[in-house]
Design a protein around this ligand. Structure first.
Ligand SMILES: Nc1nc2c(ncn2[C@@H]2O[C@H](COP(=O)(O)OP(=O)(O)OP(=O)(O)O)[C@@H](O)[C@H]2O)c(=O)[nH]1
Length: 538
């Protein structure tokens, strides 16, 4: 059935952003507006839970070759992952949460979840209520990776705690690092737009996650019922959640199908005991079996109780590009050619189809005097997608695909990753030199091979080469001057960023880039940006 018949219509002419809300029917019909992080010990069932709720196996890349998928992220696991039953991934999967419109429909059976492409009012599945329709209550996006770590970098003035927490968590990742160097972040934009995945080293994965812009509105902590509680990583994850003061935590006692009822009750008590005195002390603990879909309706009910996040729909829009593609096949005729495609997360406000946008830094060149200049890319938004749902406008939440009118050669092979997209004339400066303040260095190296394990992180030195992660941009830099907690860095390429933005610092150890600390931008030397006045486009 055509999307227009089963989903709420979006009409830009009638769009009043001041009245938009994360639950506006025309928004949640097509796009998620609440982000839920999944945390928990390895193999406790995060991926299986996402599949149970959304019907989607979250993105695990099968090969680097472009290939079309029928559903977002429906992929085959790597053999080694199947063998070890562990996965490292950075993926998004969306789901819609419904409730039967008939109030007498028994709880929690009256709650149900489907994938993002489901109609807004499907029939109820509960025997005796099959004539009733269900109402769409929430459209959520699961982020099945420790992106909740990003919150660390949203904590202001709390770097000491951040350092502790980060070291703690990175120890977990040290274990994962040995075999898994894969991250998939997918964006299916239309039938003619393909998904691509990218292989990243673990250190890049970590820094990428740490420097990203996504913020979790809530998190599920999964605890396997067939193992004693707490497992090491359950403790570590919860400590971080505790430090982050992430309020909206739901604890899921997963795999209850594998144990007897009395054992489940005993473990339930152990979980409650473990949560005492933590931020999750009052969090609901829901026994589930993700494998058998047991109690998933109760989980859906809890999702509807997550407080609605506050979103900025009014300031100028801002999207950080995390993927960029040329979706045209070789030999494609000029008339069939599609413009460059960008995938990213909107950090604030609304992007609209037909809107003219600016992308910074854009094209970087040297002028006749050898001076570096940048020319922003100006382009029209031709299409917007959230998974396979076509949008007329997109708001913060999940991963958004933006089809543009720009030359696809510019967006080929992720060439625009790290660029910032927004309204003309509203984007921040483009810097070539940065002064970083409040630098906090880790005490010892994390995510390293056995022989480097526990090695102290040495102090920053003048002339040392670093790798910086600012939002989704990875960039080289050389230290020009260094003081106790600050340093001035010469960048190898210009970056569009704002004062006070977080910067993740890595240095080269044993042939790998290793995370050594982070700070925030105090000041910088901005480049000449050859802008075109917005009036030219009106
Ligand atoms: N019996 C049973 N098995 C489950 C359940 N949930 C998950 N599993 C199994 O547990 C194993 C691990 O599940 P995953 O969903 O991959 O766990 P995960 O937490 O995503 O794993 P990582 O991402 O690698 O940390 C798989 O073999 C699942 O089939 C459940 O509710 N019951």
């Amino acid at each position: 059935m055509a999307q227009k018949e089963i989903m709420e219509q979006q009409d830009i002419r009638k769009l009043d952003v001041t009245k938009l809300h994360p639950l506006s029917p025309e928004v949640i019909s097509r796009q998620p507006t609440i982000n839920i992080g999944l945390i928990g010990h390895v193999a406790h069932g995060k991926t299986t839970l996402v599949r149970a709720i959304s019907g989607i196996q979250i993105a695990i890349p099968y090969s680097y070759v472009y290939r079309p998928f029928n559903t977002f992220g429906l992929t085959t696991r790597f053999k080694c992952e199947l063998e070890r039953n562990i996965t490292v991934k950075l993926g998004y999967a969306n789901a819609k949460i419904y409730k039967c419109e008939d109030e007498s429909c028994p709880q929690p059976l009256c709650y149900m979840s489907y994938g993002s492409g489901k109609e807004d009012n499907p029939p109820c599945d509960v025997p005796g209520f099959r004539n009733c329709k269900m109402k769409l209550l929430r459209h959520i996006s699961f982020v099945d990776c420790p992106v909740w770590l990003l919150r660390l970098f949203n904590l202001q003035n709390n770097f000491a705690l951040c350092a502790k927490a980060l070291e703690f968590v990175l120890c977990i990742c040290n274990f994962l690092e040995q075999s898994y160097k894969i991250v998939g972040l997918a964006c299916e934009l239309a039938t003619n737009m393909k998904i691509t995945f990218r292989k990243l080293g673990h250190e890049i994965l970590m820094t990428r996650m740490l420097s990203g812009a996504t913020v979790m509105d809530a998190a599920f902590l999964l605890i396997a019922a067939n193992e004693s509680c707490p497992q090491p990583q359950t403790i570590e994850h919860l400590s971080v959640v505790d430090i982050l003061k992430l309020q909206n935590l739901i604890v899921l006692q997963n795999k209850v199908d594998t144990i007897q009822e009395h054992q489940a009750r005993k473990q339930f008590k152990a979980i409650r005991e473990f949560l005492k005195g933590t931020v999750a002390q009052d969090a609901p603990v829901v026994p589930v079996s993700s494998q058998l879909n047991y109690n998933i309706d109760a989980v859906c009910e809890y999702i509807t109780k997550i407080p609605i996040p506050k979103r900025d729909f009014v300031s100028p829009p801002h999207m950080v590009v995390v993927r960029s593609f040329d979706v045209n096949k070789p030999g494609c005729g000029i008339n069939d050619m599609k413009g460059g495609v960008l995938g990213g997360t909107i950090t604030k406000v609304v992007l609209k189809v037909n809107q003219i946008v600016e992308l910074r830094p854009g094209i970087i060149e040297k002028n006749a005097d050898g001076k570096t200049i940048c020319k922003p890319i100006y382009s029209r938004i031709m299409s917007l997608f959230a998974e396979q749902n076509k949008l007329q406008f997109a708001v913060p939440g999940g991963l958004i695909g933006v089809g543009t009118s720009m030359d696809p050669a510019l967006s080929r092979s992720d060439m625009l990753v790290g660029q910032v997209l927004g309204d003309i004339g509203t984007l921040p400066e483009v810097y070539i030199k940065l002064k970083i303040r409040k630098i906090k260095q880790l005490h010892r190296l994390v995510g390293v091979e056995k022989n480097d394990f526990g090695k102290q992180v040495s102090n920053l030195l003048k002339g040392e080469v670093l790798m910086l992660n600012i939002l989704s941009m990875t960039i080289g830099a050389q230290i020009i001057t260094v003081r106790k907690n600050s340093a001035t860095l010469q960048l190898t390429a210009p970056v569009c960023t704002a004062i006070a933005e977080k910067v993740v610092l890595s240095c080269r150890v044993g042939g790998h880039w290793r995370l050594i600390g982070w700070g925030e931008i105090e000041d910088g030397v901005a480049l000449d940006v050859q802008t075109i006045p917005a009036e030219m486009f009106s």
